[in-house]
Design a protein around this ligand. Structure first.
Ligand code: NDP
Length: 316
């Protein structure tokens, strides 16, 4: 039986800043957006101190409303929280605009971490809005590394406004190019990662270069299909915790971040137990995905980053 909270585990970024390993994920299907405010409030009251959002999620305003109330009620101060947002590829050439919009929606004056959302560039229309063709983003002919270079400049110019910078959805060849052509190592690379997609090579490469890997979709995304994996159920029974706690501790016990998402306020308010998974158990969880790999988040534009299409019907 575990009584410790996994939410108090912190990791040190390569710039010396400490951050809680477990973030509350805030991507949600549109119909759930109004629930995000209460979810954030419940999560913070339940001990979550790290929030993961993005310009493109359209949930920053709800998070901002929750933060305003949490600050007013004296539950936490801004400096008690670690807040991450991301720059969508339509802002590839002007990440400052994206960051300013995110800050305004969130109602805060600095970000703990800004991630380049994808190593891609998308076109905008005449009004500066994402250009869509048949409902799909249109690739621009710019270089995705421009965004990273601009983030470096912005962070150097005002490190109080942007405390750390990182990337997302970078594979090993993309990280190799970034490390060769720029002189700032991302603090984090946020990618899909769970026992059905353990990303062993990417995790190893990142660790060797001081980059913390952050797991998105740690439960397998909408509907949390990974809760049903037999190995996860067996470990949950052994430690008398929930399958979700096993899936999340798989990362925090391995020196990684994880951003599980939920709008279930009742569950979030209960916090999250720490599960002392052994080295052999962590290896067995990796082995599950080495033997039966499955990716849940695989939008069509991911093809150009070299992603395999294992599960096209479940994309967002
Ligand atoms: P997750 O893998 O976190 O799964 C979310 C689903 O799990 C929801 O349906 C949720 O339902 C359910 N769930 C959560 N906790 C439990 C529990 N204890 N028991 C049963 N069901 C549970 O999904 P996401 O794909 O959203 O990934 C998480 C976060 O990662 C995103 O919200 C976002 O912040 C980030 N992300 C980043 C991406 C990137 O490109 N950088 C891409 C995708 C995600 P309920 O709400 O009812 O609890």
């Amino acid at each position: 039986m575990s009584t410790e909270s996994a939410l108090s585990i912190k990791l040190k970024l390569n710039n010396g800043i400490e951050a809680p390993a477990i973030a509350l994920g805030t991507y949600n299907p549109k119909e759930l957006h109004p629930k995000v405010k209460d979810a954030v409030k419940a999560a913070v009251k339940g001990g979550y101190r790290h929030i993961d959002t993005a310009w493109v999620y359209d949930t920053e305003t709800y998070i901002g409303e929750a933060l305003a109330e949490l600050f007013a009620e004296g539950v936490v101060k801004r400096e008690d929280l670690f807040i991450t947002t991301k720059v969508w590829p339509t802002h590839w050439n002007d990440p400052a605009k994206s960051i300013d919009e995110s800050l305004k929606r969130l109602g805060i004056d600095y970000l703990d971490l800004v991630l380049q959302h994808w190593p891609l560039t998308f076109k905008v229309d005449a009004d500066g809005k994402p250009l869509l063709k048949d409902g799909k983003y249109v690739a621009d002919d710019g270089d995705y590394l421009v965004t990273w270079k601009k983030l470096i400049e912005l962070q150097k110019k005002d490190s109080k406004k942007i405390r750390s910078i990182g990337v997302s959805n970078y594979t090993v060849p993309y990280l190799e190019r970034l490390l060769k052509e720029t002189d700032v190592v991302p603090v984090v690379n946020q990618v899909e990662l769970h026992p059905s997609l353990p990303q062993v090579e990417l995790v190893k490469f990142s660790k060797e270069h001081g980059i913390i890997t952050e797991a998105y979709s740690p439960l397998g995304s909408s509907g949390a299909p990974l809760l049903k994996l037999p190995i996860v159920k067996t470990l949950a029974k052994k430690y008398d915790v929930s399958p979700a706690e096993v899936l999340i501790n798989y990362h925090s016990q391995s020196g990684r971040f994880a951003a599980p998402r939920s709008v279930n306020a009742e569950r979030l308010a209960k916090g999250l137990k720490s599960v002392p998974l052994t080295a052999d158990e962590l290896k067995s969880l990796d082995q599950e995905g080495i033997d039966h790999p499955k990716r849940y988040i695989n939008p069509s534009f991911a093809r150009s980053v070299g992603y395999e299409h294992w599960n096209e019907e479940l994309v967002h």
